[in-house]
Design a protein. Structure first.
Ligand SMILES: Nc1ncnc2c1ncn2[C@@H]1O[C@H](COP(=O)(O)OP(=O)(O)OP(=O)(O)O)[C@@H](O)[C@H]1O
Length: 210
């Protein structure tokens, strides 16, 4: 009887598959029957008017919003692979920039040097300042510093370019492209386009009322 050979560990196929995804909120259809597949190393930009459902879509994809129809399938368990930055910076005002980063590292298990990450987002010299005394853009940069810690295979970023200046936009733009080149799948909402080869998913054609 022939012996069964072990499967070779090459992982293929899209990391994320979305089929017939529809979502209604407040009696309004946000999107209807969305379908797309996203693979390692791709950057996906999600666009749409205010209220079109961009945040809702990202929250569905990462499992934070459960009221939808259709299928969202990740090739591998999402939790250990995911770096999710939500709409708000999510920093603790009473903690310094460094303490905030260490705190999120303790929760996520994400390795890396917090000072190097803060330096990379332009917060050198602000490591010990309580976040409550920083500007909106600087708070956003504390959250973004996680992108310079140990890399994760999936980044889901809700409006990461909000509140940061031109220099911050350039740094972030380069970082997203660098991560994708190294194999990270990046999904983000913004009107800012990161390079010409970015895939774009536009929300807003669902037809309004269900
Ligand atoms: N907490 C909530 N409870 C009930 N309905 C909500 C809630 N948050 C959002 N919605 C509804 O979902 C719709 C889509 O909101 P969502 O935040 O996903 O849009 P968005 O495209 O990210 O908007 P923006 O560009 O303004 O951030 C809103 O118009 C609103 O009607």
């Amino acid at each position: 009887m022939p012996r069964r050979l072990p499967e070779v560990g090459i992982i293929t196929g899209p990391r994320l598959t979305v089929r017939r995804l529809s979502c209604e909120r407040d009696d309004r259809m946000l999107f209807r029957e969305l379908a797309f597949s996203a693979s390692d190393g791709e950057i996906w930009q999600i666009t749409g008017a205010n209220g079109a459902g961009k945040t809702t879509l990202l929250r569905i994809l990462v499992g934070l919003h459960g009221f939808f129809e259709g299928e969202v399938r990740w090739r591998e368990p999402l939790a250990p692979s995911l770096l999710y930055l939500g709409h708000q910076p999510g920093v603790r005002e009473e903690l310094s920039a460094r303490e905030n980063l260490r705190y999120s590292q303790a929760l996520s298990g994400q390795a890396g040097d917090p000072d190097a990450a803060l330096d990379a987002v332009g917060l050198y010299g602000f490591e010990d300042v309580p976040a409550g005394r920083l500007s909106a853009g600087q708070k956003r940069r504390i959250a973004l510093a996680r992108l310079w810690l140990a890399p994760k295979p999936v980044w889901v970023l809700d409006e990461p370019f909000t509140a940061i200046d031109q220099d911050g936009v350039a740094r972030l733009d380069a970082r997203l492209r660098q991560a994708a080149a190294a194999g990270t799948l990046v999904l983000y909402t913004s009107h800012h386009r990161v390079g010409d080869d970015v895939r774009r998913l536009h929300l807003g054609d669902a037809g309004g009322a269900p």
